[in-house]
Design a protein. Structure first.
Length: 196
């Protein structure tokens, strides 16, 4: 019976195997969240990111930038509306401030802008066509179901767009259409993350 261990004993053994945290890990744990908070303030307020960064000691600035970059990258999203476009612009400006290789950043930004333009122009057309096609198909299914239930003599006028099943199908289709853009956007974000 003595070989049964308590959860506390197991946790202590695991902690011993992991070992002590290094100084670098401690610095990261302490200062990355500060950078995250700085980026959140930057996005909400109109603060000068360069001036704010100058308030930090050079020994920890990379952790601050790491945390800030993570938050700024998370705030670059598909431009579904004017607010999203404004947030993208602000996040991209802030991220460019954090990165030292401005040329590489701008090269990736041109790819992102191209993706966003495609999403707005051709993507909008694709979404409209998909919506109309789904509406037509759904109306035909509903009409067929009504005819089977009530017979062909009944002429009901059903607002397809208000049907919960139609709305659910549209959300799924829209998510599928957006996923194609999100895959590329996430690749570009990973490229940005790798830039010094």
């Amino acid at each position: 019976m003595s070989d049964i261990k308590s959860a506390r004993e197991i946790a202590l053994e695991k902690a011993e195997k992991i070992g002590e945290a290094t100084d670098e890990e401690r610095l990261r744990w302490k200062h990355v969240p500060e950078g995250e908070k700085l980026a959140a303030r930057y996005l909400k307020q109109n603060l000068n990111l360069v001036a704010e960064l100058s308030n930090f000691d050079q020994s920890i600035i990379r952790y601050i930038k790491e945390g800030a970059a993570d938050i700024l990258l998370r705030n670059i999203n598909l431009p579904k509306n004017d607010l999203a476009r404004k947030n993208n612009k602000k996040a991209m400006e802030g991220l460019k401030t954090l990165k030292s290789d401005k040329i590489d950043v701008e090269n990736i930004y041109s790819k992102i802008r191209s993706l966003f333009n495609h999403y707005i122009e051709e993507g909008e057309q694709q979404r409209r066509q998909a919506y109309e096609q789904l509406k037509t198909e759904f109306a035909a299914k509903v009409q067929q179901a009504v005819q089977q239930q009530l017979g062909s003599a009944v002429g009901l006028n059903i607002d397809i767009e208000r049907q919960p099943q139609f709305q659910e199908e549209w959300r799924k289709l829209l998510a599928h259409l957006d996923s194609q853009y999100l895959v590329l956007l996430n690749e570009y974000k990973q490229e940005l993350l790798a830039i010094a």
